[in-house]
Design a protein around this ligand. Structure first.
Ligand code: INI
Length: 157
């Protein structure tokens, strides 16, 4: 884990999660998925299911369809700038779409989408020198799910 990694509240007992993963840049997203699954196992999640989508642009729609069936969703993707302005559209749509689904449905969605300039920067954040953002996103999802089920030991109002 990186130095910036916060201390997580890692109790996922009784909680079920959807992990929505993009196939685009799968060399990176598979590592994010491994990190997310490790975090859920460490935290004792009741269950998790993995759903693949073509790219980060598709993460919000899939999350919308899954929102009612899970305590929280972990959205994983890798948008890498390269030479194309496509980056800005895809990254922006993923971020805004996922936030909108979170607020419209009341189901927390953790933003585990890397937005980097290079493939190397993405690798560093997918189990490399800068930790694993999939792991971090899963821990975020657990913490936010507790706002929905505080009686099971999580966030207090
Ligand atoms: N999707 C990604 O997940 N990452 C990218 O870097 C990317 N780039 O660079 O184009 C990307 N594009 C595909 C996009 O997410 C959609 O799948 C596609 O536009 C079809 O809707």
């Amino acid at each position: 884990m990186s130095a910036e990694t916060p201390q997580w509240k890692a109790d996922a007992k009784g909680l079920s999660f959807a992990i929505v993963v993009s196939r685009f840049n799968s060399g990176i997203t598979e590592k994010l998925l491994s990190g997310a699954q490790e975090a859920l196992a460490v935290a004792g999640a009741k269950s998790s299911r993995v759903f693949w989508v073509p790219g980060a642009f598709e993460l919000p729609f899939a999350s919308l369809k899954l929102a009612k069936a899970f305590d929280a969703i972990i959205a994983l993707g890798a948008v890498i700038r390269g030479e194309t302005p496509h980056f800005d559209f895809v990254a922006g749509a993923a971020a805004q779409g996922l936030q909108r689904v979170t607020l419209d449905t009341g189901t927390p969605i953790a933003f585990g989408v890397l937005t980097t300039n290079t493939f190397a920067e993405a690798e560093a954040r997918a189990g490399g020198a800068h930790g694993n953002r999939g792991y971090d996103a899963a821990m975020t999802a657990i913490e936010m799910a507790r706002f929905r089920k505080p009686s099971r030991g999580g966030a207090k109002s």
